[in-house]
Design a protein around this ligand. Sequence first.
Ligand SMILES: [Fe+2]
Length: 264
Amino acid sequence: MNLHDKLAIEHEWTTPIGSIDIYLPEVLRQTLIVILTKQGIVFTEHTYNKVNKTSEALKNFDNNIYNLFDYTDQKELLEANEIDALKEFEKIASKLIRTYIAKAWGLDEDSVIKARCFGNVQRPFGRRTAPHFHHAWDGVFVHYLTVGEEFNYPLFEKEGTNEKLVAITGKAERGRAKLDAQDPQAINSDYSGDLILLDPRPAIKMPYNNKAKTIKPEVGTTLLHPGYLWHETQTHTKPGIRVAIVINFNIENRNWDILPTYLI
Ligand SMILES: [Fe+2]
């Protein structure tokens, strides 16, 4: 496949947005979902609210920040086949990121790139992803592994079994095994999990509908955009978990890695 032709680049405002549908082999897709739900911090809602925590709690929080492409770090947590799956995914993502930086930014595909890979796992009515951008990163890659109506959490009937993932069933249709009486009912809303890209320019007088672009992610949707781009996600309301795998990346250059010194 010639990625250079397949990866679409649309210039929204002044920002190049890359998009392509990537259908991973089913085993690889499900393995990546399992890997993300094994991490110390599973749900996106638990990555907020750092205030009011003791320094010990903050230390634990920081210890749970992970990079899936740091294979020495993941060795204790993951099985050999899961490490292999991650490496397979890294190769695919690397080709896409390199195609994006060449086609969108005119950079050399063989540039040295540093990356951190992590996941975004949401359950129905988990915390909304508020507007943000990825500070200090050149670019962001996101691939949607499931957008709901597929898998419950926990993923397996019994702890430690590596059987088929638990699919959505009537008994736990809100995407979690134990429900509190106050838990909101999952609904298949029109807006569930929509990604909203926001015009990064400061011209606030422009009509809002020209400044926000909505994307409805589906399984396989893959997007690439500069790290400075503001974006947010509508609340995931569908039954079952919604899982995206994300890569923050930086392109190394002389300016970035050799010249700067630490400021006094
Ligand atoms: Fe983000």
